[in-house]
Design a protein around this ligand. Sequence first.
Ligand code: ATP
Ligand code: MG
Length: 424
Amino acid sequence: MSNETLQAVKGMNDILPDEAELWLWFEEVIRDWLASYGYRNIRMPLVEPTALFKRAIGEVTDIVEKEMYSFEDRLNGDQLTLRPEGTASCVRAVLQHNLLYNAPQRLYYSGQMYRHERPQKGRYRQFHQVGVEALGFDGPDVDAEQILMCARLWKKLGLTDVTLQLNTLGDSACRQRHRAKLITYFEQHSESLDAEATRRLHSNPLRILDSKNPAMQALIEAAPKLMDELNEEALSHFAALQAILRQHDVAFEINPRLVRGLDYYNRTVFEWVTTRLGAQGTICAGGRYDGLIEQIGGKPAPAMGFAMGVERLLVLLQEGGMALPRSKVDVYVVHQGELASQLASKVAEQLRDSGLRVLLHCGGGSFKSQMKKADSSGARVALVIGDDEARANEVSVKPMQGGEQVKVSVDELTVTINKFFKQE
Ligand code: ATP
Ligand code: MG
């Protein structure tokens, strides 16, 4: 057996304690932000039946064709997939538990997603999303709400250079008409299509518009526009959404080429984009998916949602100069001798009872080396306990930023320490 060090799976990251502080802080901001709009948390499994994603996302999409971690459960033959996104699972859970029975739902989830992509900065095989879904709402008010939510979050996070791209995909009748015209158009120019576009020509011609191949850009530019096929209802929905955004001074750019990589969207689609992350510039994306609930087997109901890429957002924050928040220890307890150690662990528990963060030195060592650890822990106060102190039921309190060391009886310790922190 080889004993070389094992590594994490490629494209899947460890988040080490220093960075995890930033994640914890971010998660707290997110929780407060979502609560302020009345969205409630839902938690789904990381593994779902493969059929769910095939049906929801679409067979001819990048995700289903080449990015899913799918496998057979050898013990019972089930076909399973690590979730590549959360909307399908969320809708499945809502239907399975009948949550739309008598009220619409505003829901959110966060956690790991899995896609077998080529790892690079801002693109990983395990990554995290915060997903937000409003089910049972036909908009455009809720469409606007979700976009305003995002704008508020960027402001809260101090992100200034993210811009909003907006488009409408119309309803299924408009899309059918557009699809037919696209096929005719691309068939007429079949000699200019690359292999991928040729393959998708009849299965998913809309996705050709999403191609990043420079050689096809002129062809795509001149292709029939969905905008020209939109019906009255879809147009007025889009106009009303824009009006609300203008009322709130949320700037946007209409991007007719924004089609999104999943099949289930209709009407409103949007992306928040930054130029600071290269090709991985989309930090948040979403849209309306009025047909999905029925497609997954529910009674038809409209819905709208979006997901943010947490890694991309955190990189943006760090590149913007945000310092890593570091949670501090209040007290470091230094001790030497058997009696002293007993007292040390007793006072540490006593101080924790009053809500303080206490690091009890473990592993022995001289007073000097323990004080060094106290210093680098960031604690504001060290308690120093030797056997002499222990016999007198006292501890020495040493402010780490300078100041006099004082002896305090164990009974008065909690009061003294809390007073000290209040004065600071
Ligand atoms: P992209 O065009 O960058 O591949 P996407 O359209 O596949 O994005 P969505 O499915 O809309 O992405 O997911 C929402 C968000 O999740 C994206 O805007 C992005 O911020 C983040 N995201 C998607 N895939 C990855 C990944 N492989 N690694 C890190 N973040 C990702
Ligand atoms: Mg993608």
